[in-house]
Design a protein around this ligand. Structure first.
Ligand SMILES: CC(C)(COP(=O)(O)OP(=O)(O)OC[C@H]1O[C@@H](n2cnc3c(N)ncnc32)[C@H](O)[C@@H]1OP(=O)(O)O)[C@@H](O)C(=O)NCCC(=O)NCCS
Length: 429
């Protein structure tokens, strides 16, 4: 058995110390040094992350890794001088219910060498990163697509948005006559389209909680090149350009004169339902295609209801999509809006940031700390699940995640937090 496997199976105490056959291995938290990476350490960190994710290093991935946005905020974990783990972040703005934004750290790339796992390396990286983000004045961290659903709750993160993968059989997808429409779709040369679609993305982001300001480095690398595989179409409505789709052909087949491809939708963002339905109608009208795949779409995007035969639209997996870790509960709660309902006093418990512990009175007028008794009590990770509107408080109370001390308060909390649109991120980071 390899040493790492023995260590993995060995019991560990809360300080992250491994106890093995009566002796203590040298992997106490205090043995782990967390510090920002130097430039010359970035390549090793990149390769470490690629190996942890079972991916091969690529030139474009390496270029992206070096983007100053997150390279400057990448921590390495060193165990006896060896780089054992890495974690990254960049600062951005998160749209919250009501349309205001919250300054957050978009976090990702957590990776630990397989031969150093289960020794507390991630825990040490997370603690340092959370402390650093709070010190920078970021009100929350926001992580995309965690590989494990059970990993981050212990650090106070909760699932903040969900998404669904959809398929449409385009040749049979005929839209109903009453589907909202209005405007025109035009295709653009990619190089001409970039500033325009970035602007449309940003307007769309202000409509939907959960979306972030997308830095330039997160658009497809090849978008501006003449050989780009991406196609861009823009929708113009009565108020001007209000939606775009970025798509590319996949599964190309060529059998004699029969050409066929499927379409893969990388991005489809709109500021209104007319633009959304027109862009989907456009996609299904493209010749020589049979299926359209669109991963990670908003939960409340129901193209099936617009089709004569709704079964031509199929929902694959519905997945948890982003994780939110609220660092400053008062500021985060104060940033979003609330519907009219009886005020509710929520008791919040935060193990890592005890300064967040306490009772908060929430009403449509705003939020304040209060000495009044809590009517509902929850951990900061559960607050993250209701914050953007992914779940209602009553759903989480039924699941046992909210302790209801005053039965009347839960329906008031449902109404206060009730979203107008499902939260969705729409950007991979
Ligand atoms: C997942 C990963 C980051 C964990 O790192 P690590 O240094 O082994 O984690 P730690 O030793 O600090 O463990 C922290 C806790 O998470 C648990 N844990 C570790 N890996 C886990 C996993 N993959 N799934 C669920 N729980 C996990 C540990 O048991 C430990 O629990 P405890 O606090 O109750 O003892 C690391 O194994 C890795 O890089 N995996 C491949 C890449 C990946 O999945 N990255 C996560 C990106 S979202």
């Amino acid at each position: 058995m390899y040493e790492s496997e023995i260590l993995r199976k060995a019991p560990r105490d809360n300080a992250g110390t491994c106890h093995l056959s009566g002796r203590t291995e040298t992997c106490a938290m205090s043995d782990i040094t967390i510090r920002p990476l130097h430039v010359h350490e970035q390549r090793e960190a990149y390769e470490l992350a690629m190996r942890a994710y079972h991916l091969s290093p690529t030139d474009s991935g390496w270029k992206r890794w070096l983007e100053p946005l997150s390279a400057d905020r990448r921590f390495g974990a060193f165990l006896h001088g060896t780089l054992a783990g890495v974690i990254s972040a960049f600062s951005t703005e998160l749209t919250v219910p009501g349309g205001r934004t919250l300054t957050v750290a978009a976090t990702g790339g957590a990776a630990v060498r397989a031969d150093y796992s289960r020794r507390g390396v991630l825990t040490a990286l997370m603690q340092e990163q959370l402390r650093d983000c709070a010190e920078r004045g970021e009100k929350a961290t926001y992580g995309w697509g965690p590989t494990s659903a059970t990993l981050y709750g212990r650090y106070g993160s909760g699932i903040a948005t969900n998404s669904k993968n959809v398929h449409i059989t385009s040749r049979n997808a005929i839209f109903r006559n009453d589907t909202p429409t209005g405007g025109a779709v035009r295709m653009l040369r990619n190089s001409d389209a970039i500033p325009l679609i970035q602007e449309i993305y940003q307007s769309a982001a202000s409509y939907r909680p959960g979306m972030i300001r997308r830095p330039t480095g997160l658009w497809p690398d090849d978008l501006g090149s003449t050989s780009s595989e991406h196609n861009v179409a823009v929708h113009t409505g009565p108020q001007g350009d209000d939606g775009f789709v970025l798509y590319r052909p996949v599964n190309f087949s060529h059998d004699g004169p029969n050409l066929q491809a499927d379409l893969f939708v990388d991005d489809l963002h709109t500021t209104n339902p007319h633009a959304m339905s027109d862009l989907w109608r456009f996609l299904t009208s493209i010749d020589l295609t049979s299926e359209i795949y669109a991963p990670m779409r908003p939960i409340d995007e129901f193209i099936d209801l617009m089709l004569i035969d709704p079964r031509q639209y199929r929902v694959g997996e519905v997945q948890d999509h982003t994780l939110l870790r609220i660092l400053d509960v008062l500021e985060a709660l104060a940033a979003r809006s609330y519907r009219r309902a009886k005020p509710v006093v929520m008791g919040i418990v935060d193990r890592l940031f005890p300064e967040n512990d306490g009772n908060y009175r929430i009403s449509s007028q705003g939020v304040e700390r209060t000495g009044h008794a809590a009517q509902v009590r929850m951990g900061v990770e559960t607050l993250a699940m209701i914050y953007l509107g992914a779940w209602s408080p009553s759903t989480l109370a039924i699941a046992g995640r909210i302790n209801v001390l005053d039965a009347e308060a839960i329906s008031a909390a449902d109404e206060l937090f009730r979203p107008t649109t499902a939260p969705w991120c729409g950007t991979s980071f």
